[in-house]
Design a protein around this ligand. Structure first.
Ligand code: MRU
Length: 367
């Protein structure tokens, strides 16, 4: 999307690949909204660390980062022994897959890259195929998000107040975003609406990233405390909820998303407010049979016990908020059952969650 800094507007992708230097270029998301900076990872281990440390985050963005990371690792291999090369690629794959557990996009993206690589007969051929397949994954992610916008934009009418949770914007993908795509499409059609961004504690992706994105795109918005949504719903101040997902189960229609999403879905159902989830195809897990089996990332307690921000000197600083002798529990995601979801906005159209399985071929499941 376009970013305007000091009066200059430029288009950026969240993730891209620098072929000359064999490095993955990332927007350093931990610094936003205070500083806009691009960083480059020197090797696949650094790329994996950037995913773990949340330099880059969001399902599609870490999917593309893992795809590029796999290509980066493959391209760093020296020699022409195909067996040794395959063992090396398998090790790179595992390190990137282990970087964060909940989103399925990195694994789907890397499986895709490996499928393409298998067509090559030499190390050099497979390296070139890895590079091309990673680029295609990134391009497809951006295309899918634009298509989500085309379908989801129809749900938005002028005057609406929309709630979103966490950041499923372009920073969470290669470009455009999933939950924000319908908003950007509706804005392009001249519709006027207002967005409430859940703050999304503990890491505040709503307050820092979604709010920054919407401000950059000049979309009317306000940040609300995570606990405020019920009150606003009760007063008729929310007409529509759109969120993203890190893993949607193709067999059951259950959806994993940032912690707090389930609570919002329960509230939306209580108030009969439509609750939509926007996903590209790489977010669908066709294998798992129940939401309970989705690996939910347990994150460090420091995220709950305090917060990061910029101090008055403009320096990034962590402040302890909680009682110094207390510990915390910090699950990063939750699972929303299918019956609480009005529809899933995909690049192929809007489906009821339980319709994903019957439309699996159209939605890219090969079997
Ligand atoms: O922990 P994060 O920031 O990587 O979590 C991912 C998310 O931003 C959300 O869960 C988002 O709503 C879905 S990812 C497109």
């Amino acid at each position: 999307m376009n970013v305007t800094l000091r009066g200059r507007t430029e288009h950026f992708r969240t993730v891209s690949f620098d072929t000359k230097n064999n490095s993955v270029r990332l927007i350093e998301q931990r610094l936003l909204p205070h500083e806009f900076k691009i960083v480059a990872t020197k090797n696949f281990r650094e790329t994996a660390r950037a995913i773990t440390d949340m330099v880059v985050r969001g399902a599609g963005a870490i999917g593309a980062t893992a795809a590029y990371g796999l290509a980066q690792g493959a391209l760093a291999f020296r020699g022409n022994n195909l067996e040794k090369f395959s063992a090396h690629v398998a090790a790179v794959y595992q390190i990137l897959a282990d970087a964060r557990p909940t989103a399925v996009d990195p694994v789907n993206a890397m499986n895709d890259v490996r499928r393409h690589m298998a067509r090559g007969e030499t190390v050099a051929e497979q390296q070139a195929l890895a590079r091309a397949a990673a680029e295609e994954f990134a391009n497809e992610d951006a295309r899918h998000c634009a298509e989500i916008g085309a379908h989801g934009g129809k749900l938005i009418h002028s005057g609406m107040k929309i709630l979103t949770h966490c950041n499923a914007g372009w920073l969470a993908f290669v470009d455009v975003g999933s939950a924000t795509a319908p908003m950007y499409a509706a804005q392009a059609q001249g519709k006027k609406f207002h967005v409430f961004c859940d703050e999304t504690r503990p890491r505040s992706q709503g307050a820092t990233l979604t709010a920054w994105e919407l401000a950059q795109q000049k979309i009317s918005h306000q940040i609300i405390a995570d606990n405020a949504a019920g009150h606003l719903m009760q007063r008729g101040e929310i007409d529509l909820v759109i969120v993203g997902s890190d893993r949607a189960l193709g067999r059951t229609g259950e959806v994993t998303n940032k912690i707090g999403t389930y609570t919002k879905a329960v509230l939306a159902a209580r108030h009969k407010i439509p609750f939509y989830v926007a996903i590209p195809l790489s977010t669908i897990d066709w294998n798992l049979k129940r939401g309970f089996d989705i690996p939910i990332e347990d994150r460090h307690e420091s995220e709950v016990l305090g917060a990061w921000g910029n101090n008055s000197r403009g320096q990034r600083e962590y402040v302890r908020v909680a009682n110094p002798t207390s510990g915390a529990r910090n699950p990063g995601f939750d699972v929303t059952p299918a019956e609480l979801i009005t529809g899933i906005i995909t690049p192929m159209g809007i489906f009821k969650p339980k319709e994903l399985w019957s439309h699996r071929r159209k939605l890219g499941f090969a079997k």
